[in-house]
Design a protein around this ligand. Structure first.
Ligand SMILES: Nc1ncnc2c1ncn2[C@@H]1O[C@H](COP(=O)(O)OP(=O)(O)OP(=O)(O)O)[C@@H](O)[C@H]1O
Ligand SMILES: [Mg+2]
Length: 264
């Protein structure tokens, strides 16, 4: 697979995970992420946890180059996705963002119709054409469990949907680009328990074919769905281990304190 150069078309990709190597992110010279290294294993869910302000969102955003246009933000080190350093010289950033999808805490549908939210980007990337885009829209909306609720209003506005439905729509929009990696930043913090449960089940299922990174403050959620945990404090890795070890027998005293609610 190639992130460099031109579009890679519709070829099936096998996820290779994400590796960050000596990643440092600074804002106006102040380090927010301090030279961290970690392999986010392919086909696993990794929960990124840690106290407010420790750098979880900053780390996620560095993986698909979301800091590129933030004045004062400086990224160094490597982020390797599918064998390619996304900060390499001839990398196609548009292709990086297709390969690495992102879902935010607040749903952010485009001000276009429900169908266009899912179908426009695949058409722009050459992953669908006029003839099959309708099928793709139906397939993705079905995957996220939204089809029955929206099939009669596909050309209506997404802003008439509930917050949970908007989040599912944004997930369908991301999945429509066949990403290898999906980054989720507190995706269920504003959702009811049923929608949260639905998204958690989907994450587990999606990890069969992609690498899933989820930031969450909900440790019960992290223990339910994650295979691995990366615990950050003040822009540094405290512990990176299996979820079983992190929640039951962590190596670091700070992890123990965090899991038991004494910090964070
Ligand atoms: N665009 C920005 N400009 C300046 N500072 C920033 C910016 N984004 C993040 N920071 C700083 O980087 C640090 C880490 O922020 P980040 O949003 O990554 O934390 P977080 O772990 O996601 O916290 P939370 O759990 O509250 O979402 C904070 O001190 C924050 O103020
Ligand atoms: Mg955050």
């Amino acid at each position: 697979m190639q992130l460099a150069g031109t579009n890679v078309g519709t070829q099936e990709a096998v996820s290779e995970g994400v590796s960050v190597e000596g990643l440092t992110v600074k804002f106006r010279g102040t380090p927010l992420i301090e030279g961290i290294s970690n392999l986010f294993e392919p086909n696993k869910v990794t929960a990124i946890v840690g106290p407010t302000g420790c750098g979880k969102t900053t780390l996620l955003r560095s993986i698909n180059r979301m800091h590129d246009h933030v004045a004062g933000m400086q990224v160094s080190g490597k982020v390797v996705v599918e064998g390619v350093n996304v900060y390499g010289a001839d990398v196609n950033v548009r292709e990086v963002r297709r390969r690495v999808g992102m879902l935010f805490q607040r749903p952010n549908p485009f001000p276009r119709s429900i169908a266009e939210n899912v179908g426009l980007a695949p058409r722009a990337h050459g992953l669908a054409n006029r003839g099959n885009v309708r099928d793709l829209v139906q397939e993705q909306l079905t995957t996220v469990g939204l089809w029955d609720a929206v099939s009669s209003r596909l050309h209506g506005s997404p802003f008439g949907l509930s917050g949970g439905q908007q989040q599912l729509l944004c997930l369908a929009r991301t999945l429509a680009l066949s990403p290898d990696v999906i980054l989720l930043d507190e995706p269920t913090s504003a959702l009811d328990p049923d929608t949260t449960d639905h998204i958690e089940q989907l994450m587990k299922k999606l990890s069969e074919r992609m690498t899933v990174l989820i930031v969450t403050h909900n440790l019960a959620q992290a223990s339910r769905i994650s295979d691995n945990v990366l615990f950050l404090m003040k822009g540094n890795v405290v512990e990176a281990t299996s979820a079983r070890t992190f929640f039951h027998d962590p190596a670091d005293e700070r992890s123990r304190a965090y899991v038991s609610g004494r910090i964070g």
